[in-house]
Design a protein around this ligand. Structure first.
Ligand SMILES: [Zn+2]
Length: 268
């Protein structure tokens, strides 16, 4: 098969293979599974033994490491000293205190996150969650609870699992910080944020989250971490943090797998 692929590629080129594979996929996945081994969603090479991405693409994920803005986790090109904030954090401070992300949301991270979110790849949660636990170790050290950003029940029903809850489960196992299920709920279905500007995103999620009355005792006075897969404009995390602070939370941080770092290139 490998030799055949190589010959085929040399003859017709990789884009033709992708088009041929897409056509085959339309024709019948059963035929495709027999004809071709599973491909990495990022580079379209055979996945080999890799989970989610091939080994080469896992190593291409771009880790976010210090120095970065202490509040927004936007990487700095030089180290301005501890605790320094980005222009964005000063001009438009979020309701949450600190955000941390494992990797940049680039094309490789995007392929992984979309596979995880829309292709029932729950098996990726342990690996992604461990990377998040490492990136968020500072926040986890003094946290009382993890709160996965909730989906509206209709979207949860359609997608069958909440990817944020799956990540929170792994982070909880790695850190010992409990997951507070149901402490914040989505009371309004919001259209997908794809293609919206920063201010449209903020309007879109305004008032969409609430802490139920019976949950207020679990939130009041607590140091909490919101968990999600991607941080884009931060509008969703900001709205959740507002709701939690109004319910009496002492402190709200945000921990995500991937963070969009300007310029914004790809929609989620
Ligand atoms: Zn790959």
């Amino acid at each position: 098969m490998q030799a055949f692929r190589q010959v085929f590629r040399n003859t017709v080129g990789a884009p033709t293979i992708s088009r041929a594979a897409a056509a085959l996929q339309r024709g019948g996945k059963f035929i495709l599974d027999i004809a071709l081994p599973p491909l990495c969603p990022s580079c379209r090479e055979p996945l080999g033994g890799g989970a989610g991405l091939c080994a080469a693409c896992w190593s291409k994920l771009s880790l976010i490491e210090k120095p970065y803005c202490a509040r927004l986790c936007i990487p700095f090109t030089y180290d301005p000293g501890p605790g320094l904030l980005s222009m964005e954090a000063i001009a438009n401070p979020p309701a949450y205190d600190r955000a941390r992300a494992a990797v940049r949301y680039d094309d490789v991270a995007r392929a992984l996150v979309l596979g995880f979110k829309y292709a029932d790849r729950l098996d990726l949660a342990p690996r992604m969650g461990r990377w998040m636990a490492r990136a968020g170790s500072e926040l986890l050290a003094d946290a009382d609870g993890l709160l996965p950003v909730p989906l509206h029940w209709r979207r949860l029903w359609a997608r069958r699992f909440n990817q944020a809850a799956a990540l929170a489960g792994t982070i909880s196992a790695a850190s010992g910080v409990p997951v507070l299920h149901g402490a914040i709920v989505r009371v309004r279905a919001t259209p997908q944020q794809v293609g919206l500007s920063k201010s449209e995103r903020a309007d879109n999620v305004q008032g969409a989250f609430r802490v139920p009355a019976e949950q207020k005792a679990h939130v009041a006075g607590k140091r909490l971490i919101l968990i999600d897969d991607v941080l884009t404009s931060g509008a969703t995390a900001d709205t959740c943090a507002h709701a939690l602070l109004r319910a009496g939370a002492a402190h709200v941080d945000v921990l995500v797998f991937a963070r969009v770092v300007a310029p914004l290139r790809s929609p989620i």
